[in-house]
Design a protein around this ligand. Structure first.
Ligand SMILES: [Zn+2]
Length: 185
């Protein structure tokens, strides 16, 4: 950012008194514009043996398959954000959400938090940000056409955990995603 949204003054980068990081600071009114990681909340919607994926209608990764997920908004809980994104992208309703995977992506300042969720019914369709929405059995997953490593890793965890009927919360290091960066890029 170049200009202050408060007074229109020029923005400079400096370390404010009492701080230890470079910040965007207005040279005129002194307003400090902090930048913090963004939370992406989403769902792994499940119907019997199948999982729901959305084909992206927007960049980045237009045309690739993803789980419904997006930026959390002010004034909502994480779970509300995940359910809202599922409704917006897949016009689907979910229940019994359980936090499942959590990924820190410090290189792009994002934190992914994805829930396992039951689809309420089969009444779903492509929302504005999706080209297509459908259910996949494990053997039908388009592994090479997934939008993001976090999505591939979450699906991999799910199909593995499903054999044991136990779904511990997985807070995984970036290294766990490496294989998916290769598969998806
Ligand atoms: Zn200012």
């Amino acid at each position: 950012m170049k200009f202050c949204s408060n007074c229109g003054g020029q923005i400079h980068q400096l370390i404010p008194a009492g701080d230890n990081r470079l910040r965007h600071v207005c040279s005129q009114c002194g307003a400090i514009y902090y930048q913090n990681p963004r939370i992406i909340a989403g769902c792994l919607p499940i119907w019997e043996e199948q999982v729901l994926l959305c084909r992206r209608a927007i960049e980045p990764r237009l045309g690739f398959w993803t789980l419904p997920a997006g930026f959390m908004e002010n004034g909502e809980t994480l779970e509300q954000a995940a359910a809202r994104e599922t409704h917006e992208e897949a016009c689907a309703r979910v229940r019994n959400l359980s936090l499942y995977t959590l990924f820190d992506l410090p290189h792009i300042n994002q934190v992914y938090m994805l829930f396992r969720a039951e689809l309420v019914d089969l009444d779903f369709s492509a929302g504005e940000e999706s080209l297509d929405v459908r259910l996949f059995h494990e053997h039908e997953i388009p592994w090479s056409e997934l939008a993001f490593p976090t999505i591939g890793r979450t699906l991999e965890c799910y199909f593995s955990d499903r054999h044991h009927h136990q779904f511990p919360v997985r807070n995984e290091p970036l290294a766990a995603l490496r294989g998916h960066y290769k598969k998806t890029t």
